[in-house]
Design a protein around this ligand. Structure first.
Ligand code: ZN
Length: 159
């Protein structure tokens, strides 16, 4: 069975950046299962998987625009320290959920200057070209319930 829209796909992957550092891998854990054609995974990887079958192994290089996006300058904003009332010991690198222009996202403190806190709402992998090493494990039809939810249901998972 070939990977196409509305298929449930199981795969192993290793994600490496251009510096050769492994960022993420499924090899130590469970396979990644996703619903093809619903934007569950980054577009570049989804496109590369289309038409593949169980047992296929391949490498793909994905530009930022097809991964987590380019770094966007206007995602960086400076806010007053009072925004973090109740949070002690603000440090660079701390992450918070925040209301951003396109819904809720994760922001990271990138600079602290007195009462001025600089936040960056870019994804940690924004601007990175990503290398995926992929092995397709299984391809099956998604269930009607999975299709109606737009994601895959694992064993014992009901939501
Ligand atoms: Zn569901």
């Amino acid at each position: 069975m070939q990977i196409a829209n509305d298929k449930a796909v199981s795969l192993h992957y290793t994600l490496t950046n251009m510096a050769g550092e492994v960022i993420d891998s499924s090899e130590d854990g469970d396979v990644l299962v996703y619903l093809h054609g619903q934007g569950n995974i980054i577009p570049g990887l989804e496109n590369a998987l289309a038409g593949k079958v169980a047992g296929d192994k391949f490498n793909v290089t994905i530009a930022p625009k097809d991964a987590y996006g380019e770094i966007v300058d206007n995602m960086v904003q400076v806010v007053a320290k009072e925004m973090f009332e109740g949070v002690e010991d603000l440090e660079i690198g701390m992450q918070f959920h925040a209301d951003v222009s396109h819904g809720t996202g994760i922001v990271t403190i990138v600079a602290i200057d007195g009462d001025q806190i600089t936040l960056d709402g870019n994804h940690a992998l924004a601007g990175e070209t990503l290398l995926f090493d992929v092995e397709v494990i299984d391809v099956r039809d998604a269930t009607a319930e999975e299709l109606s939810h737009g994601h895959i249901h694992g064993e014992g998972c009901h939501h």
